[in-house]
Design a protein around this ligand. Structure first.
Ligand SMILES: NC(=O)c1ccc[n+]([C@@H]2O[C@H](COP(=O)([O-])OP(=O)(O)OC[C@H]3O[C@@H](n4cnc5c(N)ncnc54)[C@H](O)[C@@H]3O)[C@@H](O)[C@H]2O)c1
Length: 295
């Protein structure tokens, strides 16, 4: 924890443990190193024990005072409850970032139902279970800030990833609703200090999410054959991710949001332009924005 003699590194949020799911991945690692670098204890979770351990080592090297790990599936409510238990020795959860996610391409009517369900389990139910576990603990300690990593695909809808897009739209709605609830509960005296919720909507970030997502379904990337429109949108989406911003961009934006209390966390401001375009077209009765227009 920070030494108390200097300004609180988390702004008006009282020090405690920082929970990060999807900690074995690129954005999860950047988050762990960033919060670890502030001298805070971390509770990391991922189903990939090895990659999570690598992240833990990097976070300790950056200055984390402690790293606890919870291996398990983000879609499992028991795992979410264990995360809160693991914070106990550090005064409870100060910040939680529900970041685990997968994105598997496919046309809406073609993608096998199991792939649909898996994406909804991880991307949507993961944050639901996380919020339901962590918010009561934050209210009890009178301080905390919960984040869900949604996506720019939670604000506009690219083609070829209907399950991902729907799950990320649902997460945006979930966190917006939670924000309003917490504002009322805190105003009514339900928490001694700030207890906040925010949603993170990154644009393209240069990570291996495309292949990692297939591997998480026990599929080798070269085994998956897409054709026609599905193959085209997958290629366009992968090219966008490859040319994306550094994962650190997301970690910096999350830390800034802890300190400022901001709800909408858009690490790349241009993501807001897509959302503005969407709502302008909605008001005008125009067609939806297509972020991957055919060549
Ligand atoms: N990369 C991008 O362009 C981008 C853009 C917008 C939003 N996002 C979101 O950012 C988050 C992090 O993605 P990333 O790009 O760092 O990808 P990544 O593949 O590098 O990291 C994802 C991590 O989540 C873990 N994970 C996957 N399924 C899991 C499960 N069922 N249980 C527990 N852990 C699981 C993986 O093991 C991996 O460590 C995701 O929610 C993703 O949707 C990414």
């Amino acid at each position: 924890m920070s030494d108390g003699s200097s300004e609180n590194v988390l702004g008006d949020v009282a020090d405690g443990a920082v929970v990060i799911t999807g900690a074995g991945g690129s954005i999860g690692t950047a988050l762990a190193v960033t919060f670890g670098g502030l001298g805070l204890p971390l509770v990391l979770s991922d189903y990939d024990e090895f990659n999570m351990a690598m992240t833990g080592a990097q976070a300790m090297a950056a200055g984390a005072t402690d790293v606890r790990t919870v291996t398990g599936d983000a879609g499992d409510p028991e795992v979410a409850a264990t995360l809160v238990d693991a914070c106990e020795d550090h005064g409870g959860p100060a910040v939680a970032v529900f970041n685990a996610g997968i994105c598997v391409p496919g046309l809406t009517w073609e993608q096998p139902l199991e792939m649909w369900q898996r994406q909804v389990d991880v991307n949507y139910w993961g944050p639901v279970h996380g919020v339901r576990a962590v918010v009561p603990a934050m209210l009890a300690r009178g301080s905390g800030h919960t984040f869900a990593v949604a996506s720019g695909a939670g604000l506009v809808a690219p083609p070829g990833m209907g399950a991902y897009v729907s799950s990320k739209h649902a997460v945006v709605g979930l966190m917006e609703s939670l924000h309003h609830e917490l504002a009322r509960v805190v105003a009514a005296g339900g928490g001694a200090g700030p207890v906040r919720a925010s949603v993170v909507c990154p644009g393209n970030i240069a990570t291996n999410i495309a292949d990692n997502s297939l591997l998480s379904l026990n599929l080798e990337p070269d085994e998956v054959e897409l054709a026609g429109v599905a193959a085209d949108v997958d290629a366009a989406s992968r090219a966008g991710v490859d040319a994306g911003a550094a994962p650190q961009t997301v970690a910096d934006a999350v830390l800034d949001a802890v300190r400022t209390g901001r709800f909408w966390v858009l690490p790349q401001p241009e993501v807001a332009l897509g959302a503005l375009d969407r709502y302008q077209r909605l008001a005008d009765g125009g067609p939806p924005v297509d972020l991957l227009p055919p060549a």
